[in-house]
Design a protein around this ligand. Structure first.
Ligand code: SF4
Length: 179
């Protein structure tokens, strides 16, 4: 025990350093999401995350958006606790039979306008869990999906890029001025 304590005192931490984040690129991406959100909604974007049966790998990357490295809230993007306050449902995992009704009820509780974003390979078609007796398939088997962000899991930057693509794809073109 004493040897172990001494070793821990002289040895540095064994955790890997965090991957480098391109701060400027991230800030630019987040600022574009914020601008697109204000243009589309007149306010910042509120996101409700729904785990429909994932392995939690996708959740780790989604949670990273709120850690000190990415700190998404500084750009005004918020994760909310209730679907009643959400604009976007960020759904991960294959939809399990047990989560199907909860996912449908979450969707019904979300006010219009609302968008569904399927996150990760599993959310597209069940991924590695496809064909399991416990799964009903990808998110589109239960809800209308507006965007799919691929990856196993997708990185935080890919998630941010996906949200931007969503907002830009639903943005209406400016109405030409009439005289
Ligand atoms: S896409 Fe990969 S990380 Fe995400 S839930 Fe499926 S297996 Fe897990």
């Amino acid at each position: 025990m004493r040897r172990l304590l001494l070793k821990s005192l002289v040895q540095g931490p064994l955790t890997e350093p965090a991957p480098p984040a391109d701060e400027n690129a991230l800030a630019e991406l987040a600022a574009r999401v914020k601008r697109a959100s204000w243009r589309q909604l007149g306010r910042t974007l509120s996101i409700r995350e729904v785990d429909a049966g994932s392995c939690n790998g996708c959740e780790l990357e989604i949670h990273a958006l709120n850690n000190v490295l990415y700190d998404l809230e500084r750009f005004g993007l918020r994760f909310v606790a209730s679907p009643r306050h959400a604009d976007v449902l960020l759904v991960t995992g294959p939809v399990t039979a047990n989560m199907r009704e909860a996912l449908e009820r979450t969707y019904q509780a979300t006010p219009e306008p609302k968008w569904v974003v399927a996150v990760g390979h599993c959310a597209r078609d069940g991924g590695v869990f496809a064909g399991s007796y416990a799964c009903v398939g990808g998110v589109s088997a239960v809800l209308p999906v507006d965007l799919h962000i691929p990856g196993c899991p997708p990185s935080p930057s890919a998630l941010l890029g996906g949200l931007l693509a969503l907002l830009e794809s639903v943005s209406k073109p400016p109405v030409p001025a009439t005289r």
